[in-house]
Design a protein around this ligand. Structure first.
Ligand SMILES: C[S@@+](CC[C@H](N)C(=O)[O-])C[C@H]1O[C@@H](n2cnc3c(N)ncnc32)[C@H](O)[C@@H]1O
Length: 230
């Protein structure tokens, strides 16, 4: 029998013991009956949970790899840069519930169409924004100050994009979940050197590094940095 229990550290995250003995992460489905990326839906005690696949979502990978501090919880206001088709945004939306809000920025109109169809139209706490995260002033009239910035854009100059968005939208002491894909910055340099360089940029701008997690085996040559704006 499938059993669902609260995650040992994070409110809004669950551990599902599957019939084969494996333990999967999950969130409680805010949009009952609807899956976003063909994830399995599990019913338990009159609730419905969506399995959260660490091979599809880097935040789930970071949790599986031992993340200590998840700054996203019930009621959080999140600016999510690089929402793609909504795989991770949908789990963030589940965790923050209707009290929270996730401003979701994506610059590809084709991807945004899919995002609207799969994710945003079923969830009142998701605000889709078709814009380029490198030009954060473009969404000035839509956004408010947020508690957390999540950045996963797989582009060069990721730290610069994060800093510019944080300067405009992050509350003092707010935290950032920053996912770095080494290949997107420099395909020839060692991933470790790239991660150090991005980290140094953040420190230079007054950010405090809280945690760094390599995402192997879920994502090769990727790192997550959790940092706080000073
Ligand atoms: C690796 S995917 C994000 C996956 C997503 N975070 C998830 O876990 O479900 C990166 C996304 O960022 C988008 N992107 C890249 N550069 C961007 C930019 N400058 N502004 C907005 N979106 C961007 C891409 O179109 C792509 O959909």
């Amino acid at each position: 029998m499938v059993v669902v229990k609260n995650h040992e550290k994070f409110q809004g995250v669950y551990n599902v013991s599957m019939e084969d003995g494996s333990i999967e992460l999950a969130t409680k489905n805010l949009s009952k009956g609807i899956a976003v990326y063909d994830e399995k839906l599990v019913r338990y005690d009159n609730n419905e949970y969506r399995l959260w696949n660490p091979y599809r979502s880097k935040l789930a990978a970071a949790i599986k790899k031992g993340l200590q501090d998840l700054p996203i919880s019930l009621g959080s206001k999140v600016l999510y840069l690089g929402s793609a088709t909504g795989t991770t945004v949908s789990h963030v939306s589940d965790i923050i519930e209707e009290k929270g809000i996730v401003y979701s920025v994506e610059f590809s109109s084709r991807v945004m169409r899919e995002f609207l169809e799969r994710c945003a139209k079923h969830r009142n706490n998701v605000i889709p924004i078709l814009a380029d995260a490198r030009k954060p002033e473009e969404y000035l009239n839509i956004l408010e100050t947020v508690d957390v910035i999540y950045l996963d854009i797989a582009q060069p100059e990721q730290a610069k994009v994060l800093i510019e968005n944080a300067n405009l939208y992050l509350k003092k002491g707010g935290k950032c979940l920053f996912f770095i894909k080494a290949m997107s910055i420099d395909a020839t340099a060692k991933p470790e050197d790239i991660f150090k360089k991005e980290e140094a940029l953040l420190i230079q701008e007054g950010f405090e590094i809280i945690e760094e997690i390599r995402l192997e085996p879920y994502d090769k040559d990727h790192e997550m940095i959790l940092c706080r704006m000073g």
